[in-house]
Design a protein around this ligand. Structure first.
Ligand SMILES: [Zn+2]
Length: 153
């Protein structure tokens, strides 16, 4: 394997470890795509948190209601809405805390832990990742909202 490659800008031969071409200064592929090696386990759980929250809410409604009708009413009125809220914000805050502990800079998104979709979007941008977990969260949120509306009808 060659340890040299050609500059995409001026074709000058540059070493693979160089962040930029020494002749023309153009950044190499290595410098332009700094893929951050960071675990996405918590953000992927967070992406499904609206659905997990809905399931926890229905367990709570089932456990505390006197009848099936009461349980359905509790779900339709989002009586236990705070369970989803605590789950979502809790996971965001936990992820922010974990990243800080591992030495990552979370200054661009950490403060948005209570605005979960903003947190996910800005985290993806900060780490140069695909915002797939952001879109998954949006999809799960819509699904949970529509499901709640159907229970009420
Ligand atoms: Zn060059």
């Amino acid at each position: 394997m060659s340890s040299f490659l050609n500059c995409q800008h001026c074709s000058h031969q540059i070493h693979v470890s160089a962040p930029a071409c020494p002749k023309c200064g153009a950044p190499t592929a290595k410098a332009s795509s700094p893929a951050v090696n960071v675990s996405n386990t918590i953000v992927w759980i967070l992406a499904f948190a609206p659905l997990i929250g809905l399931i926890l809410e229905s367990f709570m409604a089932g456990a505390l209601a006197q009848s099936e009708y009461d349980a359905a009413q509790a779900m339709a009125s989002s009586k236990y809405w705070y369970i989803s809220l605590i789950l979502n914000i809790g996971l965001s805050a936990a992820e922010d805390a974990r990243l800080k502990k591992e030495g990552f800079d979370t200054s661009s998104f950490g403060k948005f832990f209570f605005l979960v979709p903003v947190f996910l979007w800005k985290r993806a941008k900060a780490f140069n990742q695909s915002p797939a977990y952001f879109w998954t969260w949006i999809g799960m949120f819509l699904f949970a909202t529509i499901s709640t509306a159907f229970i009420g009808s």
